[in-house]
Unconditional design. Structure first.
Length: 325
């Protein structure tokens, strides 16, 4: 039995059959559709030029989008979870959406896409206060497709996370890092952050700009003196500040990978640790006067915090234990 809606392939067949002079009833028989379905399709999606499959599909898609109800993030456990993660933990909507299946694997009611979270924040007055906690706290949301265009080149020779060895996901072996940058107010200074996935050890270096050369040098400086067994792979996001990944790989003898676009949860350790840094350097803080000495103090504070995921042991403690062994 055919699906309820015509497919793009069927619309292409309709156009081809019409160009051959075939009658509607015959087209319906060929496609296994009711003649009324074909008649309605031609009435709704034909133009002055006749019936064109590509135009018909576009008109169909536009109608479907217009009739789709806007999701309401209603009061309840899901809304509470979304609100707390964004407001209290400074997670992004992508992080929240990606974390829900992990946090509530058997509860289908605890699911929402990051796009639906953004829509709810910008359309529901009771949630609009969360705008200030978003990565880019604009009073109005730009239409999709109207964001900044990439002015520089794409990351050449990028190796995706799908090629990263599967055992890295298990967090059993030390030496696998996640990397990112934290931005100061008005882009007055940046911090390159590197977090080891299994022991949650943090390394951080302040840089004045996000130029790829400076970022690469910061990564190298942060890891060059680490024991060899503690430097195996790094997984970055897709920011062009990491475009000199091949230099990092060569100087550190390390494999570099990139997470999928808009999948911050694939670097959840790094994102969560950046949230800890934000407790000391809240959003809206300029890094202009931040010294490396001050940043090192913050890093030590974080590395000496008991972590629930580590059985309440400390990253520094685990680092020392491994090296002592």
């Amino acid at each position: 039995m055919p699906g309820l809606h015509l497919t793009p392939f069927e619309r292409g067949e309709i156009q081809a059959y019409l160009e051959q002079g075939m009658k509607r009833a015959t087209i319906a028989q060929r496609l296994g559709r009711h003649p009324t379905t074909i008649g309605r399709e031609l009435a709704q999606n034909s133009t002055k030029r006749g019936y064109e499959a590509q135009t018909a599909q576009a008109k169909y898609a536009q109608r479907r989008k217009a009739c789709r109800p806007r999701l309401k993030l209603l009061p309840g456990p899901l809304r509470t979870y979304v609100t707390e993660r964004i407001r209290d933990d400074e997670w992004t909507p992508e992080q929240v959406a990606g974390d829900l299946p992990l946090e509530y694997p058997h509860d289908p009611t605890m699911r929402i896409s990051h796009e639906a979270i953004y829509q709810a924040i910008y359309t529901q007055p009771s949630l609009h206060f969360l705008v200030q906690y978003l990565p880019q706290a604009r009073p109005k949301r730009r239409k999709r497709g109207q964001g900044k265009t990439r002015r520089g080149p794409a990351i050449l020779n990028r190796v995706g996370i799908e090629e990263r060895p599967a055992h890295v996901e298990q967090r059993q072996e030390q030496g696998h890092w996640e990397g990112d940058t934290v931005v100061g107010k008005n882009q007055h200074g940046f911090i390159v952050t590197l977090v080891e996935r299994s022991r949650r050890l943090l390394r951080a270096v302040k840089i004045p700009t996000k130029h790829a050369a400076q970022t690469a040098q910061a990564v190298i400086d942060a890891l060059i003196d680490m024991p060899v067994s503690w430097v195996r792979t790094i997984t970055f996001d897709n920011g062009t500040e990491f475009a000199h990944h091949e230099r990092m790989a060569a100087e550190l003898d390390i494999d570099v990978y990139f997470a999928d676009p808009y999948c911050a949860y694939q670097r959840g350790t790094n994102e969560n640790t950046n949230g800890l840094i934000r407790r000391y350097l809240p959003k809206g803080t300029s890094f202009k006067d931040l010294t490396q000495h001050k940043l090192d103090f913050i890093v030590e504070q974080i590395n000496n915090r008991p972590r629930k995921c580590l059985g309440y042991r400390k990253p520094n403690e685990l680092f020392q234990d491994v090296n002592a062994g």
